[in-house]
Each structure stands twice: as C-alpha cells, then as structure tokens.
Write a protein that binds this ligand. Structure first.
Ligand code: AGP
Length: 600
C-alpha cells in the first residue's frame, strides 16, 4: 500500500513528483523519496516521515525533467531513511521505486545476489540489484528489466530509471495498482489517477505482468515476452476539487459531511426514467441464478457486508454468508452449488479480497464488485461492477464509502426482490431520501457529538459498543472507527453476549456506547445496559425517535427500521472523529495504517 509517481517531459519534475506524492500520502506515510536524473546523473532525496519532511530535504537547485517518487507503508524493514525508496543498484546506475511484496526475494537474493552487499532490509532492493546484475552481463536495460520481472513472484508496481538514459522510465505491474498518464510532450506514472490529475486526466490501465517503456512522447506497453500491446486511454472521472479539503480541517470531516449528498447521488444514479430503482439486468439475473450469496470483504467493507446480508435476505430472500477476505481465501467454506460472490471494496485494490476473486474465478463462479473506484483491479477482474458514486475517499478511516455501500446493497436487494415478485412494505427510494435528510440533521449536530466524545472518551483507555440485531453490526463499525483514529482500545459486541465473559472487563467509568434503534429488541438492549451499569459502566445510549427514553444520551431522527445503519453510523463516525481530535491524533493518516491495503 505505497504510492508511486513518475514524470518524464519538458518541465522540471521535482514539484510535480512532490505534489503527486502529497496526493498519494494517504496510501502510506512512513517515509518518502524522489529520484531525478539530469546530465550530472541521478539525484536521490529520501527521508523517514511525511512528504513535508522530504520536501525540506530536496535540493531545489537540481533541475531535472525525468524522475520517480514513492511514499511508503513499510512491509519489509522498519520505517527508516535507509529502507525508504528509491533504492539504487550497487553501482548507483539504476534507481527504482516499488509498491507490493516480492514473495521470493530471499530465494533470489541467495541464488543471484550472494556477492552483492545489500544496503537495506527491504525486498525491493533485490529488484534493482538484479537489473544491474543482468545489465552487467551485457543485456540492455529493457532486457535486464524484463528478465528480472520474469523471476519475481508476488505483487509489484515498479518504476525504474537508468543514469545512462535520461529519456526513459521503465515501468511494470503485477497485482499492485499502476497507471500511465498521457500528456502533450510529457507522460506520467501513478498508483492512482488522483496523484497526477494536476497534469493530466488521460490514463492507460496496465494489466498484470505488463511492462511499459515510458518516454516523454511515446508509451510502449509490452507483455513479458516483449510483444507490444495496444490499449485505448480513458479519461479519469475525477474533479480536482474532489480531492481537496477545501475549508475542512480534515478529509474525514469533509467526507462525513458529504454523506447526504452521496445518498442523493446514488438515488439519482440508480434510478430509471420512470423514477424506479434500477440495476443492470445481468446483475439481477446473476443474483437470481444464485442459491447462496457470499459477501467477501475486509475492515469497514466487511462491516457493511454484515448489514448487506440483512438487506438481501430480507428484501430478496436469498441466503447470504459474509466472510473476512483474508480468512476466506485460506479457509474456504463448503460452497453451495450455485454461489455468487460479492466483493465490497472502497478502493477496489485490497489484496486480501483480490486473492479470493482470483480463486473463485478459477473455480468458474460469478462475481460482482461493489466499489468506489472505476477501473480498479477488483472491478476489472469481476464479472460485474456496481459503483458507489461517493467521490474520492481520502481519509484512511472509511465513512462515506460505508454508507454508500449500504445504500447500493439495499438497492441491489430491493431490485432483485422485485424481480422475484417480492414487494417491500415501503418505498426504498423515498426512505433513502429520508435517510439523506436524517444524515443532514446529524451532520448539523457536531457540537453534541464533540460533547459526547469529551464526556466519555477524553481519558478512557477502552470503550465498548453494544447493540442487538443490525445495531450490533453498526457497533462493530463504531469500534473500528474509534480504534483506528483515536487509538482507544474499543470493541463492538452483541448486547446479549457481554455477560458471557467480556463483562469482566467492565470497571467503574468504562464507557459503553449502546445503540437502540430496533424496536423488537429495544427493551433487551436496555436490559444489557443495566447489566453493565450495575458494574460501574458509564452508558451512552443512542436511540431513535419513537423508541427513545429519558435515559438516552442522543436520539437520531426516525427512518425505516431496516435502514437505520445508514444513519446510526454517523454519530459513531463523529464521536470517533472528535475523540481523535481531543487526543491530537492524526485523523486522516492514523499511525500504522494506509488507505488501500494492497498487500496480503
Ligand atoms: C476502514 O476505516 C479501514 N481504513 C479499513 O478497514 C478498510 O475498510 C479496509 O482496508 C478495506 O478497504 P477496501 O474497502 O478498500 O477494500
């Protein structure tokens, strides 16, 4: 989950590379570096820390119109200047940046590089040393690069420069995302289009096991046999303003506030000219052909999958299983005879999920990806795609993508159910409109949630989220939000389960955030709250109009019982945001995390 950029053209490359890395910093921010090449040779600048630290280290007197850059999330080797990219070959002739994991790097090091002293602890370094080894054997840079690629097992997005050739950047991709951007008199390389939107919106997708010779006026894509591949460019549908914070202090707050607008955009995009909700007929057919649906996802997307199960089983009456992708791939359950796989992924690049997609495709099963990124790996490789239309989600903590996933899953469930003759007792389109309005109300109640964060979470070392039924799933998501941005140890629990052991952790003042939006279990969850209060807990009940009682700390506007997760999650998001703020945490780039986990 690192970020890569490259530029070759007529302008000085340093600022373009640094700005591109700033747009990719959400992908990984342990360390960063750039390498630029001019008549004096290659100049490498790299630092542990953020792009701002790198910027301070760059010699602004160096002018160079060819360069590569990298922002790192450490996989092999601690975050340090030595381990940061770019990495250079022994002689310094070749310089390389890499996103991914080379699984056989140790074997390659022992087999080919036993006489080469490594400068870093990274797997990446063996790549650039191999290129030099083969170039020293008389191969051209292109041939040495290609030969190296044929030896690599694992994931990589690579950019390499040769200090004997200022006119070329060598690029390659396998499993990790990488694009080539096209310009007039220049070309660029980027892990995603957002990085280089400042210079171009024309991009060419790269497929696995492809390498590219990038010059300022020519881009040649080849397979590893050296055969040239022609591929049409596409225009990135991103608006530069989408990836700016504007007046917001953090992307996360901006993206929480964007949720009502995203709801309305989804309603608009999934509506036909008669005002009915619509889903591609092939997808509905694939849903109806299935005897069981397997939702596979990670993190927040897994949590939205749990809610999606409820939607599909209730509205379409198709059995659903929800699985954590990193487990499913290595511990696949006994599958039904006619499964359909649904991959939920904001980024569309999560390696844990992608490795499952590869497996189920090999087994001949149909797959649908629901993602926020058109053209992402999981989208390209699945049979079908449904887009979230949520706009770029930059903050590492996922918010608008979660509620967008729920909305699209609800629409998918409703349209499929209708195709099976099942009519809902309510109008989903109308209810989603009510959800958007309710989100507006919650986004306008920030002071309340800041007060709750201050009252319950200012000094605590742990926190529990409890709920029953669909509230339990939202509690899991609330706990993840709080953990990942405030570093408070938090757990989501089924309300009735606490007493089976975990209640032992409840002490005087332990904050318990209880969700009570489901009428049929309203009294039960309140009974669970009483159990923990009897042991000293500090309860914060978040209920819904119509079910609320005097003891409740916050009451959310009423929406249809089935759709409450789309709004009950908003208080979770905002409370977590303010808890992190009060603790001076880096809300948008929490420690140890990255936005898109493209390694298994
Ligand atoms: C969400 O807040 C987390 N940052 C993380 O759990 C994320 O949801 C997970 O990595 C899955 O990402 P995806 O949706 O892009 O596949």
């Amino acid at each position: 989950m690192c970020g890569i950029v490259g530029y070759i053209g007529y302008n000085d490359s340093k600022e373009i590379l640094l700005k591109g890395l700033e747009k990719l910093e959400y992908r990984g921010y342990d360390s960063a570096g750039i390498a630029v090449i001019n008549n004096e040779g290659v100049h490498v600048f790299k630092e542990k820390g953020r792009i701002v630290d790198l910027r301070a280290a760059v010699d602004t007197n160096v002018e160079a119109s060819t360069g590569i850059g990298h922002t790192r999330w450490a996989t092999h080797g601690v975050p340090s200047k030595t381990n940061s990219h770019p990495h250079q070959s022994a002689s310094g002739r070749f310089t390389l940046v890499h996103n991914g994991v080379i699984e056989n790097y140790d074997l390659l090091k022992r087999e080919y590089l036993q006489n080469v002293s490594m400068k870093s602890e990274t797997d990446t370094e063996i790549i650039v040393q191999l290129v030099e080894l083969f170039a020293n054997d008389g191969l051209s840079t292109e041939e040495a690069f290609r030969k190296t690629l044929t030896l690599l097992h694992g994931s990589y997005a690579l950019a390499l420069i040769d200090n004997q050739d200022q006119e070329t950047i060598y690029v390659a991709k396998n499993k990790s995302p990488l694009l080539v951007g096209l310009g007039f008199g220049f070309n660029v390389v980027a892990s995603d289009a957002m990085a280089m939107l400042q210079v171009t919106d024309k991009y060419v997708e790269l497929m696995d096991k492809e390498m590219v010779i990038v010059k300022k006026d020519e881009v040649t894509i080849q397979n590893l046999d050296g055969e040239v591949i022609n591929r049409e460019p596409y225009t990135a549908e991103l608006d530069a303003s989408d990836i700016e914070k504007g007046t917001y202090p953090h992307y996360m707050l901006k993206e929480i506030d964007e949720q009502p607008a995203v709801m309305r955009k989804i309603i608009q995009n999934y509506q036909d000219q008669n005002g009915e909700l619509k889903i591609d007929a092939n997808i509905v057919s694939a849903m109806n052909d299935a005897d069981r649906i397997y939702i596979v996802a990670a993190g927040t997307s897994y949590h939205s999958g749990l809610v999606g199960k409820q939607f599909i089983e209730e509205m379409a009456q198709i059995p659903v299983e929800v699985h954590i992708s990193s487990e499913f791939g290595y511990n696949m359950p006994l599958l039904s005879k006619k499964p359909l796989f649904i991959f939920l992924s904001q980024s569309g690049e999560t390696a844990d999920s992608r490795q499952v997609l590869v497996q189920v495709k090999e087994m001949g099963h149909k797959s649908l990806t629901i993602t926020n990124v058109p053209g992402s790996t999981l989208s390209r490789e699945a049979d079908y795609t449904l887009l979230l239309h949520a706009g770029p989600e930059i903050a590492v903590a996922s918010t608008k993508a979660y509620t967008a996933q729920l909305a699209v899953l609800a629409i998918l469930a409703e349209v499929t159910g209708k195709s099976r003759g099942l009519e809902l007792s309510f109008s989903l389109i109308q209810e989603l409109g009510i959800v958007a309005n309710a989100m507006d109300v919650l986004c306008d109640s920030k002071e309340e949630f800041e007060a709750i964060a201050r009252e319950y979470l200012a000094t605590t070392r742990n926190c529990f989220f409890i709920g029953r039924g669909i509230d339990y799933y939202v509690g899991l998501e609330g706990a993840l939000k709080l953990k990942e941005i405030s570093y408070i140890q938090a757990e989501g629990f089924a309300g009735g389960e606490l007493k089976h052991g975990t209640i032992a952790l409840i002490e005087d003042g332990t904050p318990i955030i209880a969700l009570a939006t489901q009428g049929f279990v309203n009294l039960s969850i309140r009974g669970n709250v009483k159990e923990v209060v009897a042991r000293g807990a500090n309860p914060c009940i978040i209920s819904m109009e119509g079910l609320n009682m005097d003891e409740d700390r916050f009451v959310i506007p009423e929406v249809h019982q089935t759709l409450t997760p789309l709004i009950s999650v908003v208080p979770m998001q905002l409370i977590s945001y303010y808890a992190a703020l009060h603790r001076d945490c880096d809300v948008d780039k929490p420690r140890n995390l990255a936005k898109s986990v493209t390694v298994e």
